[in-house]
Design a protein around this ligand. Sequence first.
Ligand code: BES
Ligand code: MN
Ligand code: ZN
Length: 487
Amino acid sequence: MKISFVSSAQASGAAVIFSNDKANLTAGGAHYDGDVIAAAIRAAKFTGKSRQTLSVYAPKGTNTTRALLMGIADGKKFDPETSTANAVKTLLLSGETKLTVHLEGMGISPDDQARAALGGRLAAYRFDNYRTKLKDDQKPTLKSLKIACDSPAKAKAAYDAFYGPVGDGTYTARDLVSEPPNMLHPKTYSARIKKMTDMGLKVDVLGEKKMKTLGMHALLGVGLGSAHESQVAIMHWEGGKKDDKPICLIGKGVTFDSGGISLKPGAGMWDMKGDMGGSAAVVGAMEALAKRKAKANVIGLVGLVENMPDALAQRPGDIVTSMSGQTIEVQNTDAEGRLVLCDVLHYARTKYDPRVMVDLATLTGAILVSLGHEHGGLFSNSDEVADGLLGASVASTEKLWRMPMSKAYDKLLDSNCADMKNIGGRLAGSITAAQFLQRFVGDTPWAHLDIAGTAWKGTSTDPREPAWATGFGVRLLNQWVKDKFEG
Ligand code: BES
Ligand code: MN
Ligand code: ZN
């Protein structure tokens, strides 16, 4: 969808005008025949209540095909981003090809005018790569979105410098999470990441041979049952000062999680194609940072592995030695994400000496029990890092909630035959998973985001999100880097 910003225009195509009561149209309404619209409002008992819409077709004396009035009175502050998302969602398949959203005269800042465009863009997302039989009325028709606003030049600048790249990164993350696991496996995934050199990123990939010499046997153990070679892909963005220590972003990229020998039940197993959502957020964030030329040094590292049952697969009871030297008793092969992450965390820490590390992972079903689809779980060994991420979470609208960590939870991982076991028992499953990771971060400031509830959803409740992959994390990480590290 093409996006542009204009000062004040009569639309050609469809126009959206917001209204918070039956008499009071926003300034955009001035472009359209007031009598025609007033008559329609009376006839339809339009009151401007939130979620009410009223279509006026081909208003007299204009080039518009229709003016769509959208109610916004819900007692809350007008949110241009979700309102524009609603407008796009309403008209995406409508047959209209052009849409102008009127935001003039509403006292909206240039940044919010740009955010409105992002909202529209996010709402237009589709994953149709594998559909061959879409009927005409199922195909998107909308090709252009114009934001009519008070400061189009400033809004465009904010969009080009920030929200456009964020939208691109979010699209990438959604695409990756949506790709089926026969198409996106560790090798095809790393090949895709290698192409990101086009954006100015440097990319290295570690294969199994290299990982063996490094001693990454926790990660390698997870991939033993898979026909596809495990990979670690590393993306470097060097936009900061030469000797600024890097920020490391680390992602769980289990391209399919069958559970391994501790096989998951069949119902719903298919959605474990999304078990690489943490890595997708990292890849999307690196894209956004590169495209907006962020003034920071950031390294994204993703552990790409497929977890399958097989004669060669790892067994419950196996003991593996991680790259850190610590041994792990694998009591459940379905607790594989932490086995992947522990080696990537250790590698990142020892190789790059980062100032801070953040990992993202669809790590536990238990975080869904705690927080549902609303918040990602935030775990950290540093109040400063945690507070920074919480701030970015509010600003980016990708919500986080901080969870506790302590020695008592850590103790639940003690094993009687190795340095630790990979599961902590029935209780506090998300916390024991975080405690496991913490055993590999030393004193590096670190946060872990468990996004098992937010990376994808069964149904969409937010107009900016499709029915499945949300791209959660891209916007958050990008905002955090901007707010905390770019001075
Ligand atoms: N990928 C799953 C976690 C998950 C569950 C993500 C539901 C998204 C939705 C993870 O690898 C897993 O299987 N975790 C186990 C851990 C358990 C064996 C300690 C879980 O949550 O059941
Ligand atoms: Mn699992
Ligand atoms: Zn998993």
